[in-house]
Design a protein around this ligand. Structure first.
Ligand SMILES: Nc1nc2c(ncn2[C@@H]2O[C@H](COP(=O)(O)OP(=O)(O)OP(=O)(O)O)[C@@H](O)[C@H]2O)c(=O)[nH]1
Ligand SMILES: [Mg+2]
Length: 453
């Protein structure tokens, strides 16, 4: 554990005018700072309960009297039972610029105090073993969460769902490692055959569980960053008009000139609690214009990588080819231009809408939502979702080390090599939760010590 000497402070609530603002302090001088700012307090406030305090500036005013800053509340969380594990003080004051300016200036002038760096409170919490790295990441996700699915996922992860999974796997690896190391120390004939077989089987089972966890279509990551929905189709069918209608904002340029959109335009959209990104693309057609060609190339790339592709067609265009056997959602636009109802039975399986009149838009949104929800449910049926590229990367390192260990064991290669691969696999898992690096650090520190020191 690192010794943290300075006491940090920061505005914990959002900047700007507000009824109440929360300023948080963490470190050994937190309580001294509170007593310095609230001289009326004759004793320390009761831990973890709100106490009314008059806060004064650390410098007196021009007439030499103490300058009162605000009438607020203070909460004291003695370490280690606090968010960071250190002594923490929270000041609840009125959320105005003048109050906060005066409070921040006073805090800055107190001995041993300095403003916190970004993420420093969470960092201290991690360093004091309050949270593992996945929980710290989940706190950031929860703060950023804009949809209910994001919130639910972040809360579960903050509660330790991922840490439990990865730590459990790591524990099983360490057990296998102990067995492999025992095999190094004892002659081969001392290890019963079925025990060796059981040990390989245990590694195989673990490799399968990790593979299953990783083949999830990236759903957890999608829930965090948004499912991608690409709007594609020929020029002029109304893709940009539809994007604007769904976003309820005038984001993309709309015109009756075919080939208006060239760049990829993205807007966030909350579909039934799922964060999505709606993507407008260039109309797909043969073109000699270099810029439009690039737009078409990008449109096709977006369509290929999207979680859901919407193919928009012009309902009045009798020559339009309706794609068959596609996973895409096929939608006909400009229903308002159809002459009679018979025309409207274009295709039973497709949706008929009119961006101009708003007809069919709510049915379209319902259909989009149910497709995204089905996709999310499919991915989430496998236990706890993987939520970050950082975790995925470490997991694939773990898996390749594990596979090397398994094939090493199958071909009866050296026990040292097998043990080394298992150790690498365990380290890769430990990096996700942040447990291994801490151990490594301690190992390094103690290696440099002479025995007896
Ligand atoms: N009548 C009618 N016109 C529409 C409808 N939706 C869009 N339009 C018109 O169709 C024209 C083309 O619309 P855009 O949204 O720019 O079409 P786009 O598919 O983005 O076209 P590109 O960017 O060129 O690929 C514009 O003049 C729109 O006003 C509709 O539902 N009914
Ligand atoms: Mg367009």
């Amino acid at each position: 554990m690192t010794a943290t000497l300075s006491t940090i402070y920061a505005l914990a609530s959002a900047p700007g005018r507000a009824g109440v603002a929360v300023v948080r302090l963490s470190g050994p001088n937190s309580v001294a700072a509170l007593l310095a700012l609230a001289p009326d307090l004759s004793t320390l406030p009761k831990p973890r309960s709100a106490t009314r305090v008059f806060l004064y500036a650390s410098e007196s005013n021009s007439s030499g009297d103490p300058e009162r800053i605000d009438d607020g509340l203070a909460l004291w969380f003695p370490g280690p039972n606090s968010f960071t594990g250190e002594d923490v003080v929270e000041l609840h004051v009125h959320g105005g610029h003048a109050v906060l300016d005066a409070l921040m200036t006073s805090l800055g002038s107190l001995p041993g105090l300095r403003p916190a760096m970004p993420g420093e409170f969470s960092r201290r919490a991690f360093e004091h073993g309050k949270f593992d790295l996945t929980a710290v990441e989940a706190i950031a996700d929860l703060v950023d969460a804009e949809t209910s699915a994001q919130r639910r996922q972040a809360l579960a992860q903050m509660g330790g769902s991922l840490a439990k999974l990865y730590d459990g796997w790591r524990e099983r690896l360490v057990k296998s490692l102990a067995f492999a190391e025992a095999s190094i120390d004892f002659a081969e004939e001392d290890i019963p055959d079925d025990l060796a077989r059981q040990s390989i089987e245990a590694l195989r089972t673990l490799a399968r569980e990790i593979t299953d966890h990783m083949t999830d279509d990236g759903i957890g990551e999608r829930i965090r960053s948004g499912f991608r929905i690409a709007l594609t189709g020929a020029p002029n069918v109304g893709k940009s008009s539809l994007l604007n209608a769904l976003a309820k904002r005038d984001v993309a340029i709309v015109s009756d000139i075919a080939g208006t959109t060239r760049d990829i335009i993205e807007v966030p959209l909350d579909l039934g609690g799922y964060a999505t990104v709606l993507i407008d693309t260039a109309g797909i057609r043969e073109s000699t214009d270099m810029i439009e060609q690039e737009g078409v190339r990008r449109a096709q790339a977006q369509a290929a990588s999207a979680d859901l592709q919407i193919i928009l067609l012009d309902a009045t265009d009798t020559a339009a080819t309706v794609p068959e056997n596609t996973d895409a959602l096929v939608v006909f636009n400009k229903a308002d231009l159809l002459k009679d109802l018979e025309d409207e039975s274009v295709n039973q399986k497709s949706l008929l809408i009119s961006v101009s009149t708003g007809r069919g838009l709510s049915t379209l949104v319902t259909e989009m939502t149910s497709r995204i929800a089905a996709k999310a449910r499919k991915g989430l049926s496998t236990s706890v979702p993987l939520t970050r590229a950082r975790h995925r990367h470490a997991l694939s390192e773990c898996l390749s080390a594990l596979e090397r260990a398994i094939s090493g064991a199958e071909t009866k290669s050296s026990e040292e090599m097998i043990a080394e691969d298992i150790r690498l696999a365990a380290h890769a898992l430990g990096r996700i939760t942040g447990r291994v690096d801490v151990e490594e650090l301690l190992d390094r520190i103690f290696r440099d010590f002479c025995i007896g020191k």
